[in-house]
Design a protein around this ligand. Structure first.
Ligand code: ADP
Length: 818
């Protein structure tokens, strides 16, 4: 008989919640109950503690089953009776007459783990002492048919009370046994349930592990001590493209790229001794592709500490590696870019500490790569005097007080103390919330270009300041630059008017042709030329210019031009002066030749007659005549020498004037008196003509010079006349200022028209060859002219050849010469 509880139907694992049906197989119990009834001859049923049946009744008598329990009252009484006999009683069975009054019942409680879960009831037996009358009354009481009731009562088994007690004892023992067994079974069932649960959990976790093992994105492998595969998971196979069969038992190294096999051979013993592995290998996919695999593993040892196997998880990091490589590449590119995009890429935090500075920035500042990172920019890289100014600007930037600063020039100090100028572009760095976290700046070293700019500026300034015109031409021979002078020389107000135009606008065709013919070959040969041209101004007028042009290597041309109008004029004047000087030289040499002759003549006279005087037999008359000639010759010489002295004084500017009261009439009278004998000797007459009354003839002038002028003119008049009269004097010209006009008029040989001007120049003597009567030095008129000028007047002549001449000169009247 199987009375084991039906575990499968069990729904409870708690004793308190236990139901009979949870722990017993009802069919088995029914069979057991039926057997018990058959064996003992009693009716039997198992009920809940409240009396409601659990099993079907076994061996129930017709009285109980078909009559009493069929009536409502009878059934209720039966249940009640059942409850009474089914009371929990651990000490033995309860034997009790049923409420029908005649039959005996007994009950034993079934308890599991102390919990009363059912009653096993037996009964429906009668003994000899049954009160039949009472039974019939009971039939009436419950409303059953009396006859049938009586008939059925007689069918009820008769059993002695003693016998029934024995059966009840047996029931109790049986029920107790059942209870205990059931409890044990329950315990067992619960244990089994626990075990099942644990197994299920284990199964589940194993399944999970299997899932993980096979489906995890990580590959798994285990190797034996030789490095041969013991196990791999699906991910491993998927990663490398092999089937399990192709892998298990093979050597790990066979799956590596050849270049890595040696490495594995060397490192595997190290792995084994260290107990753990972290490594990266290049493996070969079945299709030949190379994969980069990262391994993480541990060695598993047996209880004796011997190597058992190596567990590894692995991950295909080919992509990551590639990314790393490309990241590295892009990092390098970025670094290269950083070094290329600007000479300095600098970033600093809000305190001015350098967070980034590219290689070329380090280099420029004279530091090794990375040396400046973390240093304070201001303290390290700025000249001391600049720190507060620059940090002030940066601080304003950082505070957001000013916008980004672009194109600001600042100096920096290199490690060796050199100062360089950098052109900066600054951009603020902000975090996602817009807070300023620092500054990134790019800078270019403009030191050289600044210096070049400065030099260029100086050169340009110099060019602008130059009086010579300077211009730069491009290869198309058009102006790209010119200084102010250049534009001005050609009559333009502004250089910009000419920029872009060709130099040819400055010349007329003729000059351009000359240029082509004469100078283009020179340029081709030498790259430069210099020459004089006739330039054309904006207004079309021309001017002489000197032009220098040089062609540079790049095809540009430099053009320097100078207006030589003044120079030309000066040259002209120089030529005139030169001619004059030559003329003067000629005159001088003629003069000297003449002078030697002039001097020799009286000298010969003096010497010759002095010699004659030495002779003893001379008459008194002869002697006197010789002495007279000597005296005359001496005077002549003296005159010549005086003239020479005077002209040299005039020439050298040493001649001075002495103003004094001068009576003009007296002077004229004296001169007339002085020359009268000589004039008359020549058979001529001399007159004076004065226009002023005697009281008005005193003027302030240089008496000596006025005398010398008049004497010269009268002397010449006598010299260059053979006949007629000499008339001289003066008149007052009432001009403003008033002046006296003197004249000396003769009726002599006269002066030709073309010689009139020249006679006042020094050393000039009209070639009179034959006509000449008296030799002179050619200085008289020159001296007279100089004196007249000194006295504040002018001198001129009116003459007709062969008829005579009149010399005029003026001196101021009652105003002193300056
Ligand atoms: P010099 O009389 O010694 O030659 P001057 O300077 O006095 O030098 O005169 C220059 C020249 O002018 C003279 O050589 C002469 O030819 C001319 N000349 C001067 N006075 C007269 C005059 N009254 N009549 C004609 N020719 C004159």
């Amino acid at each position: 008989m199987n009375i084991e509880p039906d575990i499968k139907n069990s729904t409870s694992d708690n004793v308190n919640d236990i139901q009979f049906s949870d722990v017993f197989n009802l069919e088995d119990i029914q069979r057991l109950q039926d057997l018990f009834s058959d064996a003992s001859g009693v009716a039997s049923i198992i009920t809940h503690p409240d009396g409601t049946p659990i099993t079907r009744p076994s061996n129930f008598c017709r009285l109980c089953n078909d009559i009493i329990r069929k009536t409502e009252k009878g059934r209720a009484n039966c249940y009640h009776s059942d409850a009474i006999i089914g009371r929990y009683n651990p000490s033995g069975a309860i034997i009790w007459p049923c409420l029908s009054g005649g039959l005996w019942d007994a009950g034993a409680s079934i308890t599991v783990g102390g919990k009363h879960i059912a009653n096993w009831l037996i009964g429906q037996v009668r003994n000899e002492a049954l009160d039949e009358q009472r039974m019939v009354e009971y039939a009436d009481e419950i409303g059953a048919d009396r006859d049938d009731f009586r008939k059925a009562l007689n069918e009820v088994s008769i059993m002695s009370l003693e016998q029934f007690n024995n059966v009840a004892k047996m029931l109790f023992a049986f029920a107790s046994e059942l209870s205990e067994k059931t409890y044990n079974n329950l315990q067992l069932k619960m244990q089994i349930a626990e075990q099942k649960k644990a197994t299920a959990a284990l199964l589940e976790s194993e399944q999970r592990f299997q899932l993980l093992f096979n489906k995890a994105p990580l590959g798994y492998q285990s190797l034996d001590i030789e490095g041969n595969f013991i196990e791999v998971n699906q991910q491993w196979l998927d990663t490398l493209g092999y089937t399990r069969l192709e892998v298990i038992g093979k050597w790990f190294g066979d799956f590596l790229s050849p270049a890595y096999q040696d490495g594995f051979l060397k490192r595997f013993p190290i792995f084994k001794s260290e107990g753990k592995i972290h490594s990266e290998f290049e493996m070969v996919h079945k299709n030949g592709n190379r994969l980069f695999i990262a391994f993480e593993g541990r060695i598993c040892y047996d209880l004796d500490g011997e190597f058992k196997q190596m567990h590894c998880i692995l991950q295909d990091i080919t992509e990551r590696k590639r990314l790393e490589e490309s990241l590295e590449e892009s990092k390098k590119t970025a670094e290269r870019y950083l070094n290329v995009v600007a000479e300095i890429i600098l970033s600093m935090d809000t305190l001015g500490n350098i967070t980034l500075l590219n290689d070329s920035g380090h280099h420029l500042l004279g530091y090794n790569r990375g040396e400046l990172i973390g240093k304070n920019w201001f303290k390290t890289c700025l000249p001391h005097e600049m720190i507060s100014e620059v940090s002030g600007v940066i601080e304003k930037l950082m505070n957001g007080d000013i916008e980004n600063v672009v194109n600001n020039e600042n100096v920096v100090k290199t490690k060796s103390g050199e100062i360089r100028t950098i052109l900066w572009h600054n951009t603020l760095l902000k975090d996602l919330d817009g807070n300023i976290t620092g500054l990134i700046s790019s800078g270019e070293d403009i030191t050289e270009s600044k210096q070049a700019e400065e030099r260029l500026r100086e050169q340009t300034d110099a060019m602008e300041a130059a009086t010579d015109g300077m211009a730069l031409l491009n290869a198309d021979q058009k102006y790209i630059y010119m200084n102010k002078s250049y534009a001005a020389i050609y009559g333009y107000d502004n250089a910009s008017e000419l920029i872009g135009s060709s130099w040819r606008v400055h010349y007329f065709t003729e000059e351009l042709q000359r240029f082509e013919k004469e100078f283009v070959p020179k340029i081709r040969l030498n790259g430069h030329f210099q020459g004089r041209f006739l330039g054309k101004k904006k207004d079309g007028t021309t001017f002489p210019q000197e032009l220098s042009l040089a062609v540079l290597e790049n095809g540009n041309g430099i053009c320097i031009v100078r207006d030589i109008t003044d120079l030309k004029q000066a040259e002209q004047e120089l030529i005139i002066a030169k001619n004059k000087a030559e003329e003067s030289d000629k005159l001088k040499s003629a003069f000297l030749a003449n002078m030697s002759h002039e001097i020799r003549t009286p000298m010969n006279g003096i010497l010759g007659f002095a010699d004659l005087l030495k002779e003893k037999e001379l008459t008194v008359e002869e002697r006197q005549e010789y002495i007279n000639i000597i005296e005359k010759s001496g005077l002549h010489m003296l005159n010549i020498i005086n003239d020479l002295i005077d002209i040299s004084k005039v020439e050298s500017g040493q001649m001075e004037i002495y103003i004094s009261e001068t009576n003009v009439n007296d002077q004229i009278k004296d001169i007339c008196t002085f020359f009268k004998p000589e004039v008359e000797r020549k058979g001529m007459q001399i007159f004076i003509q004065n226009s002023l009354p005697p009281e008005e003839t005193v003027i302030r002038t240089d008496r000596e010079k006025l005398y010398a002028i008049l004497t010269n003119l009268v002397k010449n008049a006598i010299k260059y006349s053979d006949k007629g009269t000499i008339e001289f004097g003066y008149s007052l010209k009432a001009a403003s200022p008033a002046e006296l006009v003197f004249f000396v008029k003769d009726t002599g040989i006269g002066i030709s028209q073309d010689q009139k001007k020249a006679i006042f120049d020094r050393f000039v003597q009209v070639d009179l060859t034959n006509k000449r009567v008296v030799q002179g030095a050619g200085l008289g008129l020159a001296i007279s002219k100089a004196y007249v000028k000194m006295l504040g007047g002018t001198i001129w002549v009116e003459s007709e050849e062969g008829k005579g001449s009149t010399f005029y000169f003026t001196i101021p009247y009652n105003t002193e010469p300056e």
